[in-house]
Design a binder for this molecule. Structure first.
Ligand code: AVI
Length: 319
């Protein structure tokens, strides 16, 4: 079935509406973190990646620059590289540069416009490498197209976005990757590691207030797109550690008891009540290994930065 741009947009709007109505009706109000990324949210996230306090992007780039040749050896020659959530793709360039005669690059992203830009930049940068962009939500089940060229496949998922998935989503996602590499390839995945709480919390509550603006932008988006009336100066950003989930959580805290409208519905808040907007899981290598094993992957390499803050993991598919 074909959908035109208008239909895709209206399905998207409907999904946002359903996420907000459903999420604000729960005892612990929560809205999935994918809705943080409208145009402004994506700009703010890019700003976050350049902040002093937000170490993951710098640490992962340092690892890729240092170990790309070894990662390329791990992947093998003539491979098909499949990237999930291929946003700007800067880290991917480091890996592709090191790969031995890669056969095909398959960037996958839900945002068709971002994907088209990434594909065209990659074609300019690597004119000999065929690029086949695919619009899909990597967090839902989908198949890669039939008829891809033969060759071993490597699934690439940098950015520690895997930390934004819960346990069952992570196992389902890794199982999907296993299927996509036809049960015999590799995966290279960026994972943020558990560390002292001071470092973790300041990464999600920076001094310049960029992460706060990123989180609060969700309420501005609801006001704009879903006819909401959240008073933006009466909600504040909070980053907190959830030990049982091993995750930094972002919340929006209501400073007052009030009723807010959105989507033609009313939602009551009491003073101090929060909307949970994101969890960012931080792993110990052993805990990630056991999740990977549940999805038929074997953890065979771990490349770390100098301060052991972040790991890029090499997984091999077990049959
Ligand atoms: C996209 N993701 C890996 C980021 C993270 O660290 O969980 C999103 C983010 N949220 C606040 N700062 C960055």
């Amino acid at each position: 079935m074909m959908f035109d741009g208008f239909e895709v947009q209206s399905r998207w709007d409907e999904a946002f509406r359903a996420a907000v109505v459903g999420g604000l009706s729960r005892a612990q109000k929560s809205i999935p973190c994918c809705w943080l990324y409208d145009e402004r949210g994506s700009e703010l996230f890019n700003e976050i990646t350049r902040l002093e306090e937000y170490y993951p992007t710098r640490a992962e780039t340092e690892i890729l620059l240092r170990w790309a040749d070894e990662m390329a050896g791990f992947c093998g020659e003539d491979i098909l590289l499949v990237e999930y959530g291929a946003g700007a793709g800067i880290k991917t360039e480091i890996l592709i540069e090191a790969l031995d005669k890669p056969r095909l690059y398959v960037p996958i992203d839900i945002a068709g416009d971002v994907l088209a830009q990434t594909a065209s930049r990659m074609r300019d940068r690597f004119p000999d490498l065929e690029t086949l962009p695919i619009v899909a939500d990597f967090n839902r089940d989908f198949d890669l197209p039939a008829g891809l060229p033969p060759g071993w496949r490597t699934a690439f998922f940098p950015g520690s976005t895997i930390g934004n998935l819960n346990r069952s989503e992570t196992v389902a996602f890794l199982s999907r990757l296993h299927r996509h590499v036809e049960g015999r390839g590799m995966a290279i995945i960026g994972v943020d590691l558990k560390k002292d709480l001071g470092t973790l919390l300041s990464a999600y509550d920076d001094g310049a207030g960029v992460t706060a603006a990123f989180n609060l932008n969700l309420l501005a988006r609801i006001n704009r797109e879903l006819d909401g009336d959240f008073p933006l100066d009466r909600f504040v950003h909070q980053a907190r550690w959830n030990e049982s989930e091993s995750a930094v959580e972002m919340h929006l805290v209501s400073l007052d008891t009030r009723v807010v409208s959105a989507c033609g519905r009313q939602f009551a808040f009491h003073e101090g009540e929060t909307i949970h907007t994101e969890s960012s899981r931080k792993y110990a290598l052993d805990s990630f290994r056991s999740l990977a094993e549940k999805s038929a992957w074997r953890l065979s390499r771990a490349w770390l930065d100098d301060e052991d803050r972040f790991a890029v993991l090499g997984l091999e598919a077990s049959p």
